[in-house]
Design a protein around this ligand. Sequence first.
Ligand code: PLP
Length: 289
Amino acid sequence: MSSVAKQLVAVMGRGVLPAGTLVATADDLGFTRGDGVFDATRVCTDTQGNSTIDHLDQHFDRFDRSIAGIGGRAIDRQAWTALIEEAMAAWDVPGEAVCKIMYTNGQETQAGDGPTECLTITEMSVAAMAQRAGVKVAALNRGYAHDLFHDVPWLLGRVKTLAYAVNVAAGREAKARGANDVLFCSADGYALEGPTSALIVWRDEVLHTTPLEGTGILDSITQALVFEQATAAGYDCRYTLMRPEDVLAADAAWLASSVRGMVPIVELDGKPVAQDQELTRTLAAMVGF
Ligand code: PLP
């Protein structure tokens, strides 16, 4: 029997509800069109049931930018903060969990109450924890040129939409290839990001990541924090267009995200990628892992 993750649900205007409560109608645009956005960060809970949440302001900022991208209204931060606090007070599962905040453009055909706004807190999966030791990655073609996203706001580059079916399908393809994660590459051969993570590469004493301009990749909060703190600590940090060959030639490379932290890439398309455990620990500590 497969185990069910512990989860908590909270809805704007309704508060914390029993897990499994239905929060959207069948004509909700998030459900029918993927016309919604989300953000996700880590919650840590001690044995007394006290919880903390990582980098909430940065996640609210990006959530707001994503909502603007789909023509939604600015969030009420006070109301969202209160909802998250209520949810964290009700969450008492010791260990790590993921807080996912969601916003959709509401009902498609019926007169609804405006946007749908809700959150879940879900215990961290065993797979996510295990992957922190390192992942085998498959390079997959994302199907567009690396600079497609200049001046085309309707393509929703850098917007964290709920429409993640391609990202999930890529994960299935990686699994079929014997890998556990994906490095999306542009049709013209540049490394972009993972389906749920940013790419960071350490090569010849320089930390590199994919440039945001034109690539449409998500502006990763983890990557930004690592670059801010690594720069302050004296590391040379650069935004560089890279190819999968650069990852293979690196001294270390990671998929970085708020949920899993700094995950070393140990293999790319079946070929080994060098690792640097000390640097992994240093960079992970910069983002609180
Ligand atoms: N890129 C994509 C497509 C993502 O979905 C995510 C996170 O879910 C990231 C990058 C990493 O972003 P963050 O570090 O803010 O979690």
